[in-house]
Write a protein that binds this ligand. Structure first.
Ligand code: PLP
Length: 420
């Protein structure tokens, strides 16, 4: 009987049928954070297409997208200029015996755009870039200890994975921790590193899953810079998640603090697989000495896509537009929550917002909100910072707020509260 019911439900949607097939040939049906079992009820696992700020699942349902592929899509899905540049390069070749001219062009673009950068090198994933930064910092300083903020995400490799499965203590032997935005804990970790401090690795802002987002204070950013200068260590900013959304010149530029090394990925090629490390002259020799490489790191198509993405970012105020749309969303959510008598907290930069419900430690309200909003066509996340893109316009935000109003109704119904 039970089997029959599950067979029936599997047959109901294309998504369910694909999940059933995946469970047989993909461990767990899907790996990591993208496993839809971690998401609220009703979230699709499989997607068919996307355009602008809308994604479509394999059952043809369309959603206004507030995850943007978890960051990479900063100009909107299938941005015409980026797609044209990628197609033109693909017609010539992608995976050649070495880099194309486009690699030098792109490195020049990065160096011209980023005040801290004298050079750039390219990889594929964010973790390639953060790992390369750590390797270069150690090679350049001859030291071993790397300070990271407790709870910060820098990738899924053994030295930085949030999971302990398959990871040994030795993989993390030279990591020391401090609390983001807490200068006393930073200094204590610096003292612990003593003469062996190679780098302080810090995200552009605090965006740990499931807790309020926090922008760095000016004092904290200055203290990180000072500690690196005093200890002869590299200040590494992990821009993988925030890059191009806050400030195209670098997220800490407005704080008056420049890194020695910077890790980039996600948004830099608007969805094409590319990562970059940028650095200053102090670390140029170290960067040329370390052996870092990957079979696909020279892929020319992603580099052409990145050039087009950076061009749009330079020529139009991408962070400014996204911020305006993010503020419209934030104000709309605040007003809806107020109408429903529901207490929420919104945090982070409006370009990468997070909305949490008060007194919701298990995220049940957040999940109910998201499920209902999803049914009405908006793809939000209950725990992870979201992402807006340059393709979101006022009408899209307003349509998403309409979907969100159903989310608030669902939350009000959770505890039997009447709603207007
Ligand atoms: C801040 C930060 N650093 C590094 C990474 C790792 O990037 P990737 O998943 O492309 O390896 C991520 C991914 O979400 C990230 O958010």
């Amino acid at each position: 009987m039970a089997k029959q019911a599950s067979v029936l439900s599997e047959a109901q949607t294309a998504d369910a049928a694909l999940r059933a097939r995946a469970r047989r040939v993909v461990p767990g049906g899907m790996w990591g954070h993208l496993n839809a079992a971690r998401l609220p009820e009703g979230y699709p696992q499989f997607f068919a297409s996307a355009e602008g700020c809308r994604v479509r699942d394999v059952d043809g349902r369309e959603y206004i997208d507030f995850m943007c592929s978890w960051g990479p899509v900063v100009l909107g899905h299938r941005h015409p200029g980026v797609e044209a540049a990628a197609r033109a390069q693909a017609a010539l070749g992608d995976c050649l015996n070495g880099p194309g001219e486009v690699m030098v062009d792109l490195a020049e673009d990065f160096v011209a755009m980023l005040p801290h950068a004298d050079w750039a090198m390219f990889q594929k994933n964010g973790a390639d870039a953060t790992t390369s930064c750590v390797t270069i910092a150690r090679a350049g300083t001859g030291k071993r200890k790397v300070l990271v903020a407790r709870g910060s995400y820098h990738g899924a490799l053994p030295w930085c994975s949030p999971s302990v499965a398959g990871v040994t203590a030795e993989d993390r032997a030279h990591l020391l921790h401090f609390e983001y935005n807490d200068i006393a804990s930073l200094r204590a970790a610096v003292d612990q590193a003593g003469q062996d401090l190679a780098a302080i690795l810090v995200t552009a802002f605090r965006h740990d899953m499931g807790r309020d987002l926090e922008l760095p204070t000016r004092e904290f950013a200055a203290a990180v810079r000072e500690a690196c200068d005093a200890g002869g260590a590299a200040l590494v900013i992990d821009e993988v998640r925030a890059g191009l959304r806050l400030d195209i010149c670098g997220s800490w530029e407005a704080l008056g603090v420049r890194p020695d090394l910077c890790a980039w990925s996600k948004a830099i090629a608007n969805g094409y697989a590319l990562a970059a490390v940028t650095g200053n002259d102090a670390f140029r020799e170290a960067a040329s000495k370390v052996f870092v490489t990957g079979s696909f790191w020279c892929g020319a198509v992603a580099m052409a896509a990145a050039r087009a993405t950076l061009r749009v970012a330079r020529e139009t105020d991408v962070p400014g537009h996204i911020r305006t749309m993010g503020l419209r969303l934030r104000e709309g959510l605040a007003s809806l929550a107020h109408q429903h008598g529901i207490a929420i907290r919104q945090s982070g930069p409006p370009q990468m917002p997070l909305m949490l419900f008060d007194a919701d430690p298990e995220f049940q309200m957040g999940r109910a909100f998201c499920s209902a909003a999803l049914r009405h066509g908006a793809f939000f996340h209950p725990q992870h910072n979201m992402f807006l893109s340059a393709a979101h316009g006022p009408d899209d935000i307003d349509a998403a707020l309409e979907a969100a109003s159903h989310g608030f109704k669902a939350v009000a119904e959770l505890d039997g509260r009447a709603h207007p």
